[in-house]
Write a protein that binds this ligand. Structure first.
Ligand code: SF4
Ligand code: SF4
Length: 341
């Protein structure tokens, strides 16, 4: 992987050049929070942003979209919102989140809707310094060595820019004069210092060693009922999670029932209706069972199947849950530590 340098003062000029590839999106301020927006003015980008309210999964699996239109026995797939896009400012944990979705929707269960959007989108990472809700060091998702086209690492008055793909190389060439290839010893020292600073800022840490076994042994733990007494089943934790990907399918017909669209919408295993089947049986009617499924998926099933958790430590569930349930607390509770309920 090649590394280049870009002066900080040249960032906005470079971001402007990226618009010749496609729509440029990045994090912008929304009061005390951040969300991704199309950057008509590149200076609107919030370089200091930490987690956005909704993770970048929304660009690849939109909350609601039309899969295809049908009429009189025929159908045609729709890719209405697929166009070349550059996503700037994606943090390492969210890049790991996308790599998890890639494993699912590009490799294991190929999904044409995900693939088309993924192929049309350039991923430009941006380094960040954690706040008190980031857990990415514990999930080993605080740094990236792949999964991006370019990754910008802020080092004072310049950025170290990692080129992660041939598309990244093409994107650099859109304004090659802004970049320098001369990496000096002082740059290496600054980079190492920056890494040390980042690693020292993690306040929320947990140990995932043996987590699949602990989950298995905790199947009947009273903790699940205690958490269920508090949980509102609102589903917010899965909406904001960069790796949650449950969805539902719905046909929306016209009045004659001969044509219409098939829609795909985000769903959540925390919703009571999620496991409801024909005949009225519900496999997970109890809230405790739904909580158990959510965390089993993150902390046991995914580790067993893919060798890593499907929690990337972004901290969004902490920010979002109205009753302060979060993955770090669940891990502590399952390990027998005191949990504030
Ligand atoms: S479980 Fe929470 S911290 Fe982990 S990836 Fe999902 S939202 Fe982020
Ligand atoms: S956000 Fe909190 S209250 Fe809502 S479903 Fe998730 S754990 Fe339950």
């Amino acid at each position: 992987m090649k590394a280049l340098k870009l002066k900080k003062e040249d960032l906005y000029t470079y971001l402007e050049s990226l618009k010749s590839y496609g729509e440029l999106w990045g994090p912008v301020s929304r009061g005390e929070h951040y969300s991704y927006a199309k950057l008509a003015n590149v200076r609107d980008v919030a370089l200091q942003a930490l987690r956005t309210i909704i993770p970048p999964k929304k660009f690849f699996v939109p909350p609601r979209f039309n899969m295809f239109r049908y009429s009189q026995g025929t159908y045609s797939e729709t890719f209405e919102d697929v166009r070349p896009r550059v996503l700037f400012g994606i943090h390492p944990c969210d890049i790991h989140g996308l790599m998890i979705l890639d494993e699912l929707f590009l490799d294991r269960f190929p999904d044409p809707y995900y693939k088309k959007r993924r192929e049309a989108t350039a991923i430009l990472g941006l380094s960040c310094i954690p706040d008190d809700k980031c857990m990415a060091r514990s999930t080993n998702t605080h740094a990236v060595e792949g999964g991006f086209d370019l990754a910008f690492n802020e080092l004072g008055e310049k950025y170290l820019v990692w080129v992660g793909s041939s598309l990244g190389d093409d994107l650099v060439r859109l304004n090659i004069d802004l970049f320098s290839e001369e990496i000096e010893t002082s740059d290496v020292q600054k980079y190492l210092e920056w890494r040390r600073k980042r690693d020292s800022r993690y306040k929320l840490n947990f140990d995932l060693t043996g987590m699949p076994d602990i989950m298995e042994l905790s199947w009947d733990s009273p903790l699940w009922d205690e958490l269920a007494d508090r949980c509102l089943s609102c589903g917010s934790c899965s909406m904001v999670c960069p790796t949650c990907n449950c969805y539902n399918i719905r046909d929306v017909s016209d009045l004659s029932f001969t044509s219409g669209v098939r829609q795909r919408r985000w769903d959540s295993c925390m919703n009571k209706e999620y496991a409801l089947v024909a005949g009225g049986h519900n496999f997970r009617e109890a809230r405790a069972e739904r909580l158990k499924l959510y965390y089993t998926h993150k902390l046991k099933a995914f580790i067993t199947e893919y060798g890593k958790p499907s929690c990337v430590g972004c901290g969004r569930c902490i920010d979002t849950c109205p009753v302060s349930i979060n993955v770090a607390e669940v891990i502590r509770g399952l390990k027998g530590q005191e949990v504030k309920l």
